[in-house]
Design a protein around this ligand. Structure first.
Ligand code: NAD
Ligand code: MG
Length: 391
């Protein structure tokens, strides 16, 4: 029996994880669930899987959850310290890190420091803390498995010996595929007027609102380039973004001998979730088999960095290193939130990030405290740019 903690259980990844787990009651037991605000949804999940612990964002939410779960033996708690506890407890083996944004950093890092099997969906945590996070994984012998579909595909397309001897693997390029999101074809001049609902309407995937906007700006792919850099120890020049609108190939690895290995599948996150949960075994995920004969033609082309300036900003941050990716991530989180609340336009997102990257100096990232301080500076700077744009 593997005992599982799901951080972000009410989100899109959290729901898909619960779906896969429900298919294998003989293999998995849920130890703890967390959610931020959606208390009723968390209560429903708790009634189904009966975890030992449930954690929410505030004392008020914890009070409501306790009432909803009256009579069940579930310990209810709130706040970051409690999240870190359910991520690092000796009573859990595996942690699904599926909180969105920087809020997931502390508990995800706590899981790594406790040597857990960490299933990483929360890419922002790795983007922010890069080297420090990977050092914690190595030092505490944690197992890190990627949930992001692209990174899971790359992981599946690399040899099992890759982590031990990356040189011998002969990797020529990591080909990170991108659907291009909802605005791949839309006239560039009209992007200023995009609404939050239009931006969240992804052609192939159903996801949370923040990552959906990131997909529309292609910042999601930018964050994934940085994520790939850390997960696979690949320099920026080894990582190439390829637009593939059908989202059937989830990414590829190109080798020095001319071989290209790819992972294909229907666009459903239950595939990478099941893969990481059972690794190195395979289990059913509920995803239908890919029907190759029913598939549309597969297309591939180069990304347009002018249409998608966020992608270029992310490559810049990766090359700058140190605290630059934390700066990029925090400015993006604040700008996306302001866009979703209709305070700024769609194209203002990249303007805010570019301005913050120029205005706030970045340097080495010797500690998590330094990363969090940079995160706070970037948020303050982004808010003042947004206030000016609105004036
Ligand atoms: P979502 O918005 O659907 O869910 C987010 C979850 O995080 C919710 O359970 C919410 O309660 C929790 N949360 C939000 N703010 C929080 C806070 N301040 N403190 C604690 N918990 C908080 O998001 P999602 O689409 O499931 O994405 C989750 C993560 O997985 C993101 O980092 C995203 O980039 C990544 N990811 C998602 C997908 C996808 O298909 N949805 C694919 C690849 C990667
Ligand atoms: Mg992805």
């Amino acid at each position: 029996m593997q005992r599982i903690t799901i951080l972000g259980a009410t989100g899109s990844i959290g729901a898909s994880t619960l779906d896969v787990l429900a298919r294998h009651p003989d293999r998995y037991r849920v130890y703890a669930l967390s959610a931020h605000g959606r208390v009723e949804e968390l209560a429903d999940a708790c009634r189904r899987v009966k975890p030992a612990r449930a954690v929410v964002g505030t004392a008020e939410a914890a009070g409501r959850l306790s009432q909803l779960l009256a009579g069940l033996d579930i310990h209810v708690d709130h706040g970051e310290q409690a999240l870190c506890e359910i991520a690092s407890s000796p009573d859990t083996d595996t942690v699904m890190a599926a909180i969105v944004g920087a809020a997931g950093l502390a508990p995800t890092l706590a899981a790594a420091r406790a040597g857990k099997k960490v299933l990483l969906a929360n890419k922002e945590a790795l983007v922010m803390s890069g080297q420090l996070f990977m050092d914690a994984v190595r030092e505490h012998r944690a197992t890190l498995l990627p949930i992001d579909s692209e990174h899971n595909a790359i992981f599946q397309s690399l040899p099992a010996t890759y982590a031990r001897d990356p040189q011998a693997a002969g990797v020529a390029k990591i080909l990170l595929t991108a659907s291009g999101g909802p605005f791949l074809q839309r006239a560039v001049e009209t992007l200023e007027a995009v609404t939050p609902d239009e931006a969240c309407k992804h052609p192939n995937w159903v996801m949370g609102r923040k990552i959906s906007v990131d997909s529309a700006t292609m910042m999601n792919k930018g964050l994934e380039v940085i994520e790939a850099h850390w997960l696979f120890g690949a320099p920026a020049d080894l990582i190439e973004v390829v637009i593939h609108p059908q989202s059937v190939i989830h990414s590829m690895v190109s080798y020095t001998d001319g071989s290209v290995l790819a992972q294909l599948g229907n666009p459903d996150m239950r595939t990478p979730i099941a893969h990481a949960l059972a690794f190195p075994e395979r289990i059913a995920s509920g995803v239908p088999q890919l029907d190759l004969t029913a598939m549309a033609a597969l297309q591939f082309h180069q990304p347009d960095f002018e249409r998608f300036p966020c992608l270029a900003l992310a490559f810049d941050a990766l090359r700058a290193g140190g605290t630059a990716p934390a700066l990029l991530n925090a400015a993006n989180e604040v700008a996306v939130q302001a866009f979703l609340e209709r305070e700024i336009g769609f194209r203002d997102i990249d303007r805010v990030i570019a301005e913050v990257m120029d205005a706030v100096p970045h340097g080495p990232a010797p500690s998590i405290e330094a990363v969090l301080a940079q995160d706070a500076r970037a948020r303050a700077a982004a808010k003042s740019v947004i206030a000016r744009l609105r004036a």
